[in-house]
Design a protein around this ligand. Structure first.
Ligand SMILES: [Zn+2]
Length: 293
């Protein structure tokens, strides 16, 4: 893996600062209004009782809104991660803002410090926010796609060549990156040909040019002429030969590895996919402002 940096090209006028955040979301009511607006734009919600699609008005301090004709309530938070939480909405929004606005991610510890919730609450919020960031069926449509595999995980502990107690295994991750486009990173059980090909077939449009290294699990990729397969020879020291390179996926790896070692220290395999989702979510919006909400 080579050190490559992924720059975030967010023009100044699109950058969303802490000040912008506080102006847009001064309190819980503003956040609630925002969720309502996402579900029912312009405040026009269908009423289950009188069947009119009409304006609804906030009911006192509650999280309910009432139909202007018959008074039947709707609940914008129903079915969302905020529904059963006793944490104020603004704290949730602030955590999402923090997660989205820093390049390498932010830790639950930082959210605990900045919002005053307990570590346990901050951690739980993170887990739930990440669950929203999954883009499981994303299909990469670019003509040029890079695929690579890497290993991430905690510190390994060996004794006489064998893993010992407390050993945190490295687990394989496959990255598929569309050049100048989106990325997918998947925690996989193994890096066998069948696994890699299956992932590629699921996420890459037929006819694409697929760049990989010389790893032999990719040998069958061009079978059936589904893809044009080009390989880069890392072993002979050739990294960039014209457009035969895997720089985009290397960029994604460096982002993920820097994030995991710098902010999260290590990641439990159980939660790895949700971290990967978070990184890809951020990577896929690297050219946009306000990535949080
Ligand atoms: Zn009604």
């Amino acid at each position: 893996m080579r050190a490559t940096t992924v720059k975030q090209h967010i023009p100044a006028e699109l950058r969303y600062s802490m000040r912008d955040f506080n102006i847009e979301f001064p309190d819980d009511s503003a956040c609630l209004e925002y969720v309502k607006e996402q579900r029912w734009p312009d405040g026009m919600a269908p009423c289950a009782k009188c069947r009119k699609t009409t304006k609804h008005y906030r009911v006192g301090n509650r999280t309910a809104y009432a139909c202007q004709f018959c008074g039947t309530h709707i609940y914008p938070l129903a079915g969302t991660i905020f529904e059963k939480s006793s944490t104020p909405l603004k704290t949730w929004f602030y955590a999402m803002y923090l997660m989205g606005s820093t390049r390498c991610g932010i830790s639950a510890k930082q959210v605990q410090r900045e919002t005053g919730v307990t570590y346990k609450t901050a951690w739980r919020m993170f887990k739930q926010i990440r669950s929203l960031l999954s883009e499981g069926d994303l299909q990469l449509e670019g003509p040029t796609v890079e695929v690579d595999e890497t290993y991430v995980g905690g510190k390994r502990k060996y004794s006489r060549g064998r893993p010992m107690a407390g050993d945190k295994k490295l687990v394989p991750v496959v990255g598929i990156v569309q050049r100048d486009g989106k990325a997918i990173a998947k925690h996989v059980k193994n890096v066998k040909s069948k696994t890699l090909n299956g992932l590629i077939r699921k996420h890459v449009t037929p006819g694409s040019i697929v760049y990989t290294d010389e790893f032999n699990a990719y040998n069958t990729l061009s079978k059936g002429k589904r893809y044009v397969h080009r390989r880069i020879k890392h072993s002979s020291g050739i990294y960039v030969k014209g457009d035969i390179h895997t720089n985009s996926v290397e960029g994604l790896w460096s982002l993920i590895k820097r994030g995991i070692s710098g902010v999260y220290h290590h990641v439990d395999p159980e939660y790895l996919q949700s971290y990967l989702n978070e990184f890809c979510f951020r990577y896929n919006r690297r050219h946009q402002g306000n990535p949080a909400v």
